[in-house]
Design a protein around this ligand. Structure first.
Ligand SMILES: Cc1cc2nc3c(=O)[nH]c(=O)nc-3n(C[C@H](O)[C@H](O)[C@H](O)COP(=O)(O)OP(=O)(O)OC[C@H]3O[C@@H](n4cnc5c(N)ncnc54)[C@H](O)[C@@H]3O)c2cc1C
Length: 383
């Protein structure tokens, strides 16, 4: 960032918004986050299911704070094996993930824990966060938000930077979210609630059925993460009950996911329609910049949403705003195309031929325009 702002106002305090608060705090006299959800929901380290952090995301975290990265390592699990179950003959095979330095590293942890650690890492001297504050409009230099006690108006001068980190349904992105005909259902469940033979450093994918794809992996040292992707043209499917969902899992290979569903407390299960939006030609308009899912929402079969959000925040801090769109857009377009292709492949797996790894996805370097004092070399050294 080449400019110093009086204030950075961030709309949305999730992964992209919190990472932006850390990254931009050296460039603003004040940093404010306006967040729609409540204080209580926000501070739950067991909120959400799990996020995947690969090399690119880890490098971004390293830039934000070496101490933060250490805490992430503590609460995450390194994935060391990927098992796949094919419906033809229920064949199981193992693709061992190459580990650093030759290969890539993938960590998995609770989503709520990552959010908590990011929040704690924000320098607090000139920072504030307003909960229960739903931003609804930004016109004629006035940002309007709805709060329990009425509307709040924030006049925005050209010495304020507005960071739109309000997620996939962003009010700031010109292109709407388009739902795809798949429903994602996911949750995390503690090992004690679901004792099983699953290896704690491995992921398990059940693929090849166009109706349903299932995934299980670690969500930190004490939890499994499970996800079911269900083909459905029915927009009402988000209202499926757990029993209705179980009834859709009919093939023998999905037995374990039926058991997982039964063992997971219903209020911990998320029903999330899958969708994506066209990535806008420009991610910066005047003093408004889009980050995270607000900028590039994609049906994430590479599980890269959190990593991309972290990359965005770091890119903002390391160069002028003018460079942000050129540095981010093509990478996000490439990843969106690759995700779409992979989603198609995932339901068409016919043989046990090894999957090709798309290494380019994980290859990302912190832009070098503005190196930071706490950026002390490759993350693997301190991991
Ligand atoms: C509660 C929750 C749980 C999640 N769990 C998982 C998970 O387990 N695994 C996973 O891979 N991804 C999960 N995600 C999504 C994941 O965080 C994103 O896909 C990715 O990390 C990019 O993050 P983001 O900050 O851009 O968007 P999001 O994480 O979607 O965050 C957007 C934030 O903006 C706030 N917001 C939205 N609109 C407004 C508004 N108008 N005014 C003020 N605030 C607003 C929301 O409350 C939210 O905090 C979850 C998101 C949420 C909100």
């Amino acid at each position: 960032m080449s400019k110093h702002y009086d204030e950075v106002i961030i709309i949305g305090g999730s992964i992209a918004g919190l990472a932006s608060a850390i990254a931009l705090s050296p460039f603003a006299s004040r940093v404010t986050i306006l967040e729609a959800s409540s204080y209580e929901s926000f501070h739950d380290a067991e909120a959400g299911a799990a996020v995947q952090l690969s090399d690119n995301g880890l490098k971004a975290l390293q830039f934000l704070s070496a101490d933060l990265l250490q805490k992430v390592f503590h609460h995450a699990v390194d994935v060391q094996k990927n098992y796949m179950v094919l419906p033809s003959g229920n064949e199981l095979y193992d693709t061992i993930t190459p580990l650093p330095p030759q290969g890539t590293r993938t960590l998995m942890m609770r989503w709520g824990m990552l959010r908590k650690l990011l929040f704690e890492a924000i320098p607090k001297d000139s920072f504030r966060i307003e909960f229960n504050t739903l931003v609804k409009d930004f016109t004629a230099g006035i940002l309007t938000a709805v709060r329990q006690d009425g509307e709040e108006r924030y006049p925005i001068s050209d010495r304020t930077l507005l960071v739109a980190a309000d997620g996939s349904k962003s009010a700031f992105r010109p292109t709407p979210l388009q739902y795809s005909p798949r429903l994602n259902v996911k949750a995390a469940i503690s090992f004690s609630n679901f004792p099983s033979h699953f290896e704690s450093h491995a992921t398990y994918s059940y693929l090849g059925n166009p109706e349903v794809a299932c995934f299980l992996g670690p969500a930190g040292p004490h939890h499994y993460y499970w996800a079911i992707s269900l083909a459905t043209e029915n927009p009402e499917a988000v209202n499926l009950s757990i029993d209705q969902l179980i009834a859709r899992l009919t093939s023998p290979e999905t037995k374990i996911w039926r058991e997982l569903l039964q063992a997971t407390p219903p209020h911990k299960v998320f029903f999330q329609p899958s969708g994506q939006a066209d990535i806008p030609e420009e991610m910066v308009h005047g003093n408004v910049v889009l980050v995270g899912d607000a900028a590039h929402c994609m049906s994430g079969s590479y599980g890269q949403s959190a990593c991309l959000a972290l990359e965005d925040a770091v890119t903002l801090a390391t160069g002028p705003l003018l460079h942000y769109t050129p540095q981010r857009r093509q990478r996000c377009l490439d990843l969106q195309a690759a995700s779409q292709q992979r989603a198609t492949q995932a339901v068409n797996v016919k043989s046990d031929a090894p999957q090709t790894m798309s290494d380019w996805i994980y290859q990302w370097d912190v832009p070098t325009a503005c190196p930071r004092e706490n950026s002390n070399g490759p993350y693997a050294v301190i991991g």
